[in-house]
Write a protein that binds this ligand. Structure first.
Ligand code: A2P
Length: 319
């Protein structure tokens, strides 16, 4: 299944995409995993400048075309993201060109979707983790978004959007601009359901995509509240599915696209097998009552001294 994006000439976005945020692995691991994913049927891939996986993704797609696994790059939906140090109006287009260059083996003259990675602006210094607080700058929402619109007009990004934006950040973009974001990609899973944000995005016609739909890769050392959930384990047992499948199915039923990361062939396959069965009303009720816990906080991008205020509690939508 696919969802149409409200963005002119973008191809529809397949409902489950493969994530490539695997910063500790060698590029070859990403290339092999993407090839395996294409073989088992993935047509939607998510990368970012900061992941360092744009090139292996491009290499994998070129090889997939060579091997005839797909006829051309046009069969794939590819997303990448603008890093915080590039969130300056005059650096957006050069950043996208650099991304397209990194993917050049893909002969990828365009991205299907280009996202602002965080509503955070950092001085144009080499990226570091955590960033120095004194390198944070006010975010020029209007200027950066107008530069994103230019990328779209030039045909380099078929659709443009944002990531990790709260309703407050979206308000600023919508107030200032003519092309609304097609997508907001956020942390979303049964343990962080984002009800308020989803309601807002539905009203504004912004499609929501979920990162860490399976609870993430132990971000911040907090374990995995999704895969360890007793409620989800109970539902999985009753349905004869895995916890991962229950989570992805629930997200799909919410009309949200999942960006699931697995570099393992069996799990890649398993994560696509969610379209021919349903949760029951009782399952949905139980999931709606799971205590909410946010595992990725934008504040972690910065050193601990002091609070960084442009990522705040506006989106703590535990209801
Ligand atoms: P692996 O690459 O070894 O499969 P998220 O998509 O929420 O970011 O989290 C993905 C994490 O969950 C990854 O560490 C991934 O590891 C693991 N994972 C992915 N698919 C499954 C699955 N079907 N069952 C269990 N763990 C999974």
């Amino acid at each position: 299944p696919e969802v149409a994006l409200r963005s002119g000439n973008a191809r529809p976005m397949p409902a489950v995409g493969m994530g490539t945020a695997a910063p500790t692995l060698v590029p070859e691991a990403t290339k092999n995993a993407v090839l395996a994913a294409i073989e088992v049927g993935y047509r939607h891939f998510d990368t970012a400048y900061i992941y360092g996986t744009e090139k292996p993704l491009g290499d994998a797609v070129a090889e997939a075309v060579r091997r005839g696994l797909v006829a051309s790059r046009q069969e794939l939906f590819v997303t990448s993201k603008l890093w915080c140090t590039q969130c300056h109006p005059d650096l957006v287009l050069p950043a996208l060109r650099q991304t397209l260059e990194a993917c050049r083996n893909l002969q990828m003259e365009y991205l299907d979707l280009y996202l602002i990675h965080w509503p955070i602006c950092i001085k144009p210094v080499p990226p570091s983790f955590p960033a120095k607080k004194e390198d944070a700058m006010p975010f020029d929402f209007e200027g950066v978004w107008l530069a994103m619109e230019e990328c779209h007009r030039l045909g380099l990004a078929k659709a443009i959007g944002v990531s990790n934006f709260t309703t407050k950040h979206l308000d600023k973009v919508l107030a200032a601009t003519t092309i609304p974001p097609a997508v907001n990609q956020v942390l979303l899973n049964p343990v962080w359901q984002q009800r308020t944000l989803r309601g807002y995005c539905a009203e504004k016609g912004i499609h929501v995509a979920a990162y860490s739909p399976l609870g993430g890769q132990n971000w911040g050392g907090t374990g995995n509240a999704v895969l360890e959930s007793d409620v989800l384990a109970g539902i999985a047992k009753a349905r004869g599915k895995t916890i991962a499948q229950v989570s992805l199915r629930w997200i799909y039923e919410q009309g949200v696209t999942s960006i699931a990361k697995s570099y393992n062939m069996e799990r890649l396959k398993q994560n696509l097998e969610i379209f021919d069965w349903e949760l029951t009303d009782e399952d949905r009720l139980k999931i709606s009552q799971i205590p909410q816990k946010k595992v990725v906080k934008g504040t972690d991008l910065f050193s601990r001294e002091g609070e960084f205020t442009s990522v705040d509690a506006a989106d703590l939508d535990v209801e």
